[in-house]
Ligand binder design. Structure first.
Ligand SMILES: [Zn+2]
Length: 435
């Protein structure tokens, strides 16, 4: 069977939302502690101890043209996901009000999510894998230029990220290391862990405001799985701007939307990825859109949404790149029953092909990034056109290869192939404009 790229793509971008909204039953397993606290959450909402608000406009683009892409979150609670048609960012609505978040995080968040009354008894003693700090260090190290650094982590949990970074960095001297956290139990454990490892890290209670009291400026600021929990992103970015040195680095990591089909933890679905504590769900592009509006230029990012940024006031006001169509396409695809069945397959051959396609699709995204950057610089001369043609050709070859792969007996191959085709169509349009 031969695939007509454009036509197949349209079946996923046009039409109704049934493929997105169908089968939205959560597959998340909850234990007794988690269940008890989920009931408590609902009771406290009913009694008015916790208050909800609806999202009226998009935090990224300011518009209000949303479509509903999920009716519930991973716990089957009625927190819907709204996809913005003007930028592609997904917002959770309703959401807990800002003033109730400290109470929610101290009383409910950990038992609901980790199924434990106390963090002390947490099985793994790590909120994230122990390698998270090393991974982050590898992402930021190419951009570290100074020898003496002040580093800050907001939402430092049990401290393994910031201590992992410091342990991994053999080149720099950390004049100051600060981890800010609201959960007191986590702070106690983080301090103990730092002491045991002879690491000079200050763990303090609070967030942005309290971090400013310790030092007015930092060279590196880390937000690992924190940004998606914040409501007022504009305020957060103002604070980050204030605290980050002009030549400093900002690392932001959030759970990436476009890798859901590879996450067993989410049962390979969108609905199990959503959670009422995440105010927003990001693709790489939507995180870049938000941070650009706050004056942060992207140095590197991937679809797991691990991004390194630096300050650049000049990019404020740069137009938003709307990836609404791509998000919708992806949500419809992973909502496809056949696709889901295939994603869940344990077949090693399937996994191998998936990996190969992943590599190819990364290469294509690289090509796209090069072409985009050429366009942005607006240096359209013959040389660049030649360069573009070369890239275009290379791109075309890869797309053809992917087309061959996706003889579409295997629904799971669709995503990689279609995502490439999608990018290909966009590039084709852009390049054609130049001729
Ligand atoms: Zn928007």
């Amino acid at each position: 069977m031969e695939i007509k790229g454009d036509r197949v793509l349209n079946t996923y971008t046009d039409g109704d939302l049934s493929l997105v909204l169908q089968n939205q039953l959560s597959g998340v397993k909850t234990n007794e502690v988690s269940k008890k606290h989920l009931i408590r959450l609902q009771n406290e909402i009913k009694s008015g101890r916790l208050n909800l608000e609806s999202v009226v406009s998009c935090v990224c683009c300011g518009r209000d043209d949303f479509i509903n892409v999920s009716n519930v979150d991973r716990f089957s609670l009625p927190f819907t996901s709204l996809l913005c048609q003007d930028c592609g960012l997904i917002s959770t609505s309703p959401r807990l009000k800002e003033e109730d978040l400290p109470y929610y995080y101290s009383e409910l968040y950990h038992p609901i999510n980790f199924g434990r009354e106390s963090m002390e008894t947490h099985k793994h003693k790590h909120l994230f894998s122990a390698g998270q700090g090393l991974k982050i260090y590898k992402k930021i190290s190419p951009y570290i230029t100074k020898g003496s650094l002040k580093i800050l982590e907001i939402g430092s949990g049990m401290g393994d990220v910031i201590s992992g970074i410091i342990k991994a960095d053999q080149k720099s001297d950390y004049a100051l290391a600060v981890g800010m956290e609201y959960n007191r139990e986590c702070l106690v454990m983080a301090r103990r862990h730092a002491k045991e490892n002879a690491l000079d890290i200050q763990f303090a209670e609070g967030g942005f405001n309290e971090a400013k009291l310790i030092s007015s400026k930092y060279n590196i600021i880390i937000l690992s799985h924190v940004f998606e929990h914040l409501i007022d992103l504009k305020l957060a970015m103002e604070q980050l701007n204030e605290m980050l040195e002009d030549d400093g680095l900002l690392y932001v990591e959030v759970p990436g939307l476009f890798v859901n089909h590879m996450k067993e933890y989410y049962n390979y679905t969108f609905v199990d990825y959503t959670i009422h504590a995440h105010m927003y769900n990001f693709s790489a592009q939507s995180l870049v859109n938000v941070l650009v509006s706050g004056g942060f230029e992207c140095l590197s990012i991937n679809e797991s949404v691990e991004g390194v940024f630096k300050k650049n006031k000049n990019i404020i006001g740069q137009p938003i790149k709307n990836n609404y169509q791509q998000v919708l396409f992806y949500l419809k695809l992973i909502g496809d029953k056949d696709f889901l069945k295939f994603s869940r397959s344990k077949d090693s051959k399937i996994k191998k092909i998936n990996k190969e396609l992943g590599v190819l699709s990364d290469k294509i995204i690289e090509c796209k990034a090069i072409i985009d950057s050429l366009e942005e610089k607006n240096k359209i001369n013959e040389l660049l056109l030649m360069e573009k043609s070369k890239l275009l050709l290379e791109y075309k070859l890869k797309v053809n290869l992917i087309r061959q792969y996706s003889v579409v007996k295997h629904p799971f191959l669709k995503f990689q192939a279609y995502a490439c085709l999608f990018n290909w169509l966009i590039i084709k349009q852009n390049v054609m404009k130049l001729y």
